[in-house]
Design a protein around this ligand. Structure first.
Ligand code: C5P
Length: 232
């Protein structure tokens, strides 16, 4: 599976995302569509970006009873996205149902990636609010192993965790990693960041990059810089 840069298109309208994508004339970046854009514009935004020739990671982080997730995943599969995700906290049974729902009659399906613990959940909040007493990194690795056991393709994690995830779940188990910044760029609200080159060195399979590209003075140049550092 080839390494790739996924551009987090965290825009709130079709107009804004299309204006951004219009800047790319020579390449077709892999696009991440999140809840904000999807809920604002509906499934048609996925079809339209797909028709322009982009691969799509639909980041909706599903979590519900297995039957509901299975049926929802079957709808997303019909949208012909390339990658989508769910919360591993929904249990192995929910993740297995998601794989079933996502699988098309011909046996193909989009990649399915699990969110382990959100990066906004600290160890303290996990212990005090969720009553999970284990260390955060142990929980993350356990949820990753659950995702692998359920037949998922990988997890969203920090590039700093990619090595650990690969050694626990196998080198083919994908690590999709946000928190990427250029060495000379703004960190913004991300806490633990790595450069695209460092993410490559740490073994990330995909990096998810938003503002360093979307808010750059020259987004195409910033995208190319990411690709050359990460893919080489
Ligand atoms: O703009 P920035 O590069 O920080 O965007 C990163 C993207 O990855 C955003 O869409 C953000 O929601 C997502 N993400 C993240 N950290 C996670 C999971 C997802 O930054 N743990």
């Amino acid at each position: 599976m080839g390494k790739d840069v996924i551009v987090a298109c965290d825009f709130s309208s079709k107009q804004a995302v299309m204006e951004f994508l219009d800047k790319f004339t020579d390449e077709k970046p892999y696009v991440k569509i999140g809840m904000e854009l999807f809920y604002a514009e509906g499934p048609s935004i996925v079809r339209e970006i797909k028709e322009r020739g982009h691969k799509i990671f639909l980041d909706l982080k599903l979590c519900d009873i297995p039957n509901t997730v299975k049926k929802a995943m079957s709808v997303l599969s019909g949208l012909d996205v390339d990658m989508t995700n769910l919360h591993a906290s929904g249990t192995i049974e929910m993740m297995q149902a998601a794989v079933e729902g996502l699988t098309r009659p011909d046996g193909t399906r989009p990649l399915l990636i699990a969110v382990t613990q959100l990066t906004s959940t600290s160890e303290e909040r996990m212990r005090e609010q969720l009553l999970i007493d284990k260390p955060l990194d142990e929980v993350v690795m356990h949820y990753a192993a659950n995702a692998a056991a359920a037949g998922l393709d990988g997890v969203v994690c920090s590039p700093l965790e990619s090595g650990k995830v690969h050694s626990r779940c196998g080198s083919d188990f994908l690590t999709v990693t946000p928190g990427v910044r250029f060495a000379d760029g703004d960190v913004g609200d991300q806490v633990r960041v790595t450069t695209p080159a460092k993410a490559k060195e740490l073994g990330s399979d995909y990096i998810v990059v938003g503002r360093p590209i979307t808010a750059a003075a020259d987004p195409v140049e910033a995208y190319r810089r990411c690709v050359s550092e990460f893919v080489g």
